[in-house]
Design a protein around this ligand. Structure first.
Ligand code: PLP
Length: 415
């Protein structure tokens, strides 16, 4: 295959065929814009798939990364560094699910006690599943080994995380996957009540299904999950890889839906675009963990955690999340007007906060809308089969929101 550049596109790069054969090739980012190798600017409503929460060129991130790269990039997990310790402390101490938070403290004393670092969302979930299994085994609970997951859930592509991911298109080529996984319909309280029991070790759920169509968890489903998992000593894992740290307007999406997880997994936005994941563990699990139970070479290195500390500082700074709330309300009003303007093309609005979806009535139109928007200078995503997904930087201005929706309006007129 010959690799060739034509305009801003690169064709047939030596990547495996699971990726497209043609890529738009970017050179740099500025605020909420990406700039291709020919200098054309694109308003970024994709945010590197919900990763680039603070946009491009953030001064704090640049300074943190460059200073740390110059100082020290890796020591392995035989040793540690200040940024790694400080980020773990920040997450465990200032988390609203931490032990000093009254709504958690009476139920689950000592939340969260430890952070297992990794490099990607799938690794964070892989670790969560391993810790849950380890808990059931070491504590010698009567629980069986089954794991419960939901239809349309997406938890990653390594074999463990893939086993709890729903879509057959991701699973089929790799079967048999790990056994004992059952799926129930997302938000189906009755199915949950009739399925969950002590045959299960863990439940894994997303508060908003990022890849699978942007359905939001209902409060009733969250409440049932809380009650049943406590009743049967089943570990409740909230996969907040996509929703975590501010995307839905609260630090964790579990908070607004009332989910009380034993484990939270984080990844996409936490290190400003560098690869890092965090699996937050409660005392009741951590006290059973022994040296060597799980590990990683790169996870939680000094550069990623130094940047993560800066991202965490900015997102938890006074006023940041309320600002996200204001921009979310603005985006919501713009999206409502858009849906009203195209009643035959667009259906309901999905998602929450700055992770929003617009249902396209004819799913066959979706690829044309995404490529039309790209050609017009707006980057958007797909979720599920029929949803336009928007995950712009949390820092996007209302002016850029208006401009992006205007581009989308023109594209919808033309497709
Ligand atoms: N979990 C959720 C909710 C995700 O959205 C994703 C990725 O899209 C993953 C897990 C997997 O993350 P990664 O691609 O970093 O392995």
């Amino acid at each position: 295959m010959n690799t060739e550049y034509s305009n801003a596109f690169v064709k047939n790069p030596p990547f495996p065929n699971n990726y497209s054969r043609e890529f738009l090739c970017f050179d740099r980012g500025e605020g909420s814009f990406l700039v291709d190798i020919q200098g054309k600017r694109y308003l970024d409503f994709a945010g590197g798939i919900a990763v680039n929460s603070l946009g491009y060129g953030n001064e704090g991130i640049i300074q943190a990364a460059t200073e740390q790269v110059a100082k020290l990039t890796h020591v392995s997990n035989l040793y540690t560094t200040r940024p790694t310790v400080e980020f773990a402390q920040a997450v465990t101490a200032s988390s609203p699910l931490a032990k000093d938070q009254p709504w958690q403290a009476d139920k689950h004393p000592g939340y969260f006690e430890a952070v297992h670092f990794g490099n990607s969302g799938t690794e964070a979930n892989e670790a969560a599943l391993k810790y849950a299994k380890m808990y059931a085994g070491r504590k010698q609970t009567p629980n069986g080994p089954k794991i419960l997951a939901c239809t349309n859930g997406f938890h990653g592509r390594t074999l463990g995380a893939l086993s709890v991911t729903y879509a057959p298109k991701y699973r089929k080529p790799y079967e048999p996957l790990i056994g004992g996984v059952e799926f129930i319909d997302f938000n189906d309280v009755q199915a949950l009540e009739s399925t969950l029991n002590t045959d299960f070790t863990a439940v894994i759920v997303e508060p908003v299904q990022g890849e699978g169509g942007l359905e939001c968890m209902t409060q009733e489903f969250a409440r049932s999950l809380n009650n049943l998992c406590r009743k049967f000593d089943v570990i409740l894992i909230a996969d907040e890889v996509q929703t975590g740290i501010g995307r839905t307007g609260t630090l964790f999406a579990s908070q607004w839906v009332g989910l009380e997880p034993d484990i939270i997994t984080l990844s996409k936005p936490i290190a400003g675009g560098l690869p890092l994941s965090a699996t937050l563990l409660p005392k009741k699990i951590n006290e059973l963990v022994q040296v060597g139970d799980h590990g990683t070479t790169f996870g939680g290195g000094p550069v990623t955690t130094r940047v993560a500390l800066e991202v965490w500082r900015q997102i938890t700074a006074p006023g940041f999340l309320s600002g996200v709330g204001q921009r979310t309300a603005f985006l919501q009003s713009q999206l409502e007007a858009l849906v009203q303007a195209f009643p035959s093309r667009l259906g309901s609005l999905k998602g929450a906060g700055m992770l929003r979806g617009i249902q396209v009535k004819d799913p066959d139109m979706l690829p044309g809308i995404i490529s039309g928007a790209r050609d017009a200078g707006l980057l958007i995503l797909r979720s599920g089969t029929d949803i336009i997904r928007l995950a712009p930087p949390l820092t996007i201005t209302t002016e850029d929101i208006t401009n992006g929706i205007e581009i989308l309006r023109k594209v919808l007129e033309e497709v």
